[in-house]
Design a protein around this ligand. Structure first.
Ligand SMILES: [Zn+2]
Length: 199
């Protein structure tokens, strides 16, 4: 069984000053996996590696942050889909800029979750929520502080102890008053949400 035009390829990664894409994975419905080949200038046909592909259809992805392109290879006539997303860049405190990495978010949060009843799946979802939150701002670059702030909300929903641990490091708690203030905020938030859910 060979790949046919049902192949679909999710997301792209080309490092280029103007158009930054991330290649995530490739999927062919009949073969399960098709690794596409990329060059800095463009994309090779994933079936015959022809360097020229023709875009036959372009649509905005369901999430609103990606573009799906249906492409056809002029050489072998096979069709495939690419999903292009802009690379979200994070400005570090040092001033260096690096691509946003969901795994880094999860690694940072996982430390705060030690010994807590939190599943790997919960962490994955948290990483996704953080990325969606940051992308929804429509900025190409976000400071690393913003990434930390975007973690606080979803982590609070997940586990209050992990939240306090994470907040104490991220917000540089220095004394008991800092903890008391954070706990008070947490309680206020809870009673507010409690009231809302009873309305
Ligand atoms: Zn081809």
């Amino acid at each position: 069984m060979s790949c046919n035009d049902e192949a679909s390829i999710a997301a792209v990664a080309v490092r280029n000053e103007d158009t930054q894409f991330d290649f995530v994975d490739g999927l062919c419905k009949t073969r399960g996996w098709c690794a596409p080949t990329f060059t800095l200038d463009g994309m090779h046909c994933p079936f015959c590696k022809n360097p020229d592909t023709k875009v036959v259809d372009t649509r905005v992805g369901e999430d609103g942050y990606s573009i799906r392109r249906r492409r056809e290879c002029p050489k072998c006539s096979r069709r495939f889909t690419t999903v292009e997303t802009a690379t979200l860049m994070v400005i570090k405190r040092s001033g260096n800029v690096e691509p946003f990495n969901r795994d880094k978010v999860i690694t940072g949060v996982r430390k705060a979750c030690q010994g807590r009843p939190i599943k790997e799946e919960d962490l994955k979802q948290l990483g996704q929520r953080v990325e969606e939150d940051l992308r929804a701002r429509g900025l190409a670059q976000v400071p690393s502080d913003e990434v930390g702030r975007a973690i606080l909300g979803p982590l609070r929903d997940l586990d209050e102890v992990a939240y306090m641990r994470f907040a104490s490091v991220y917000q540089e708690f220095n004394n008991l008053e800092d903890f008391e203030r954070a706990i008070k905020e947490l309680r206020d938030q809870e009673s507010k949400e409690g009231n809302e859910s009873h309305d």
